[in-house]
Design a protein around this ligand. Structure first.
Ligand code: ZN
Length: 615
């Protein structure tokens, strides 16, 4: 197979690996691990956090279960310095070799084992440029006094801080000892402390099995606020109360989710509000969602993101995409669940507003990628590519609309019953696209029913590019009202005379998105005088607004926009602005100046994207 050839070529020496890859049942093209021969079942970490050298160092003890008479265990690593490897309780060094380094996939760590080997200890340290580790200077935090570290392991960055079988098809439990400065608190995707210890040593236990991309650690000046019996929020002291206010509905969300999809299996659900350079909206690290502070709008209007991360406790964390080509199983389901949770708490009108915005984003993404682009298929082909390239709206939003079509076709009740059963039966296991479709077929017998098959057009949705014509159309009365206000504004009504009473963040987002590119600068100024967009504290509104300002070259907004680009590291919010700026020569020059200053504060996930836009 093409893929195996590629991996073998990459390693140069290894027929062993060729064998491993072709036999790997998951056929995970982004991992060297020979998990079909010997698989990790438990990870025990003991790591010291060094802010001066920007490294983690210590050891990882990996419990392994042998499936065949394997001669070696192959782990994924990238940029790790391996000092020593031992087997079982012996101190005697074991034989190991690091293969050739590939820029994206790193180097396979091959360790010779015997039939009696049940555990491997790897003594190692990370590189200061480890892709998963974001080391923040005090100036990059809210408190400005203490440094901060957080990890982002998805998709294949766990291997940059832990030697492991770094594919979503392998699950393990873990425990950890983390040693850090005593003035900082360490938290993980595990059972967590709520107070600092005098010696800076923290112990963690994760009893539920997880794939490596959900390994997570954060260390910083953190405080905890309880939000209920099984939920709370961690944040820097200056943001702790604001965070607790914003997420007051968290317990309600957990209950709503449980009613829909069955019991929450991870005991606690806590949130960690990170400093602004966090590149994503949120990361569903089990038990402890990592979230961007850009959702702290002050009016709880952006908490759908929390519903999203919470929903991952089922879709993704419990039933996991088997490979990154099946990424839509994680994200499409999660957007679908998110909207159902929001509907349950805030009503159908509200969730239809969200769905309308989702469709708008999806159409824009398909337009920019091109409707025949293979990356607009749900089932991706990320062979020889960084799986991070699969992170587009397609997996999320096309996935959502396909599942919504399923709901509308089968009827909500049978569909919900199916989902509950599906998540229950497949809990803590990986899932391929094909396996999911088999479950669907088994439940609804689609192939025998021509009418159903014609309504669903499964192949068009899953394996063909573009957006099928039978895409469900959300309808929102509120947005219809917004559209009519846009219309009257364009027809000459003064901005101050528009009927905007009671509008929420989403009304405004829709309003701004409906403005045509041909809108003249004086109309943009008129809007700013009426609604103070440039001074908004809402990160999403600012993003949408600044796009308008760039198009019309509204200079007053450029300094605030510079501040925004310097202080927000969330890729979704800065990428559209750099893209818009790069469309003109003058814009690109300005963007490059700002970016030179902003880049050191961005996470690699963000600057890798922006580098590409401004090159
Ligand atoms: Zn997600």
């Amino acid at each position: 197979m093409k893929l195996s050839m590629f991996i073998a070529g990459l390693l140069g020496f290894s027929t062993l690996l060729l064998h491993a890859q072709t036999k790997n049942t998951m056929n995970d093209i982004h991992s060297y691990a020979n998990s079909h021969e010997a698989v990790i079942t438990h990870l025990q970490l003991d790591l010291s956090v060094n802010f001066e050298s920007k490294t983690l160092s210590g050891k990882a003890i990996l419990s392994i279960k042998q499936k065949t008479k394997a001669l070696s265990v192959v782990l994924d690593t990238r940029g790790l310095t391996i000092q020593k490897v031992t087997l079982n309780d012996s101190e005697k060094p074991a034989k190991f070799s690091l293969g050739e380094v590939h820029k994206i996939f790193g180097a396979p760590l091959t360790i010779q084992i015997t039939p009696k080997t049940t555990s491997i200890t790897v003594y190692y340290s990370t590189s200061p440029s480890a892709g998963a580790l974001q080391w923040l200077e005090p100036s990059q935090t809210a408190g400005k006094e203490k440094p901060f570290l957080f990890t982002q392991s998805q998709a294949i960055l766990a291997r940059t801080w832990v030697p492991c079988m770094d594919g979503p098809g392998v699950r393990m439990t873990y425990s950890a000892t983390i040693r850090t400065r005593p003035d900082l608190l360490a938290v993980m995707s595990a059972g967590n402390p709520t107070m600092k210890t005098p010696d800076g040593v923290y112990k963690f236990e994760m009893k539920q099995s997880i794939p490596s991309y959900l390994l997570a650690l954060a260390v910083g000046d953190l405080e905890f606020r309880s939000l209920g019996n099984r939920s709370g929020v961690y944040a820097e002291p200056s943001m702790a109360d604001k965070s607790a206010y914003e997420f007051v509905d968290l317990e309600k969300m957990i209950s709503a989710a449980e009613e829909l999809y069955g019991p929450y299996r991870w005991e606690r659900y806590d949130l960690l509000v990170l400093p602004p350079s966090f590149p994503f909206g949120g990361m569903e690290n089990p038990r402890l969602t990592f979230a961007t502070p850009t959702i702290l709008a002050g009016d709880r209007s952006l908490v759908a993101l929390v519903a999203h991360e919470l929903a991952h406790s089922w879709s993704g964390n419990l039933v996991t995409n088997a490979t990154w080509n099946d990424f839509w199983l994680n994200e499409g389901f999660t957007v679908y669940f998110e909207q159902r949770i929001m509907e349950k708490i805030y009503g159908r009108e509200y969730s239809e507003m969200l769905a309308t915005l989702t469709l708008k984003d999806l159409n824009e993404t398909i337009e920019s990628l091109g409707a025949t682009n293979p990356d607009t298929r749900l089932k991706l082909d990320l062979t020889n590519r960084d799986p991070d390239e699969g992170v587009t709206d397609i997996a999320y939003n096309k996935g959502y609309f396909f599942l919504r079509l399923c709901e509308e076709t089968f009827g909500r009740e049978p569909w919900d019953a199916f989902l509950k059963k599906y998540f229950n039966e497949n809990a803590f296991t990986p899932m391929t696209t094909e396996n999911f479709l088999e479950h669907l077929e088994k439940q609804f017998a689609i192939k025998q029913n021509l009418e159903l098959a014609a309504k669903l057009t499964i192949n068009a949705w899953v394996y063909a590019p573009g957006l099928p014509a039978n895409c469900p159309q959300p309808s929102s009365n509120e947005f219809a009202k917004v559209s009519s206000q846009v219309e009257s504004f364009l027809n000459g009504t003064q901005a101050t005379q528009l009927e905007t009473k009671g509008w929420t963040t989403h009304h405004w987002l829709y309003f701004l998105s409906k403005l045509p590119d041909s809108l003249r600068q004086e109309k943009v100024i008129e809007l700013d005088y009426a609604f103070y967009f440039t001074r908004s504290g809402n990160s999403e509104i600012l993003c949408e607004w600044f796009k308008r300002c760039i198009i019309t070259n509204y200079e007053t907004a450029f300094r605030p926009m510079q501040n925004y680009l310097m202080n927000v590291g969330r890729r979704k919010l800065v990428k559209p602005l750099y893209e818009q700026l790069a469309k003109t020569e003058a814009g690109k020059i300005w963007a490059k100046e700002v970016y030179a200053k902003a880049r050191p504060g961005y996470h690699s996930v963000t600057y890798n994207t922006i580098d590409g836009i401004l090159k």
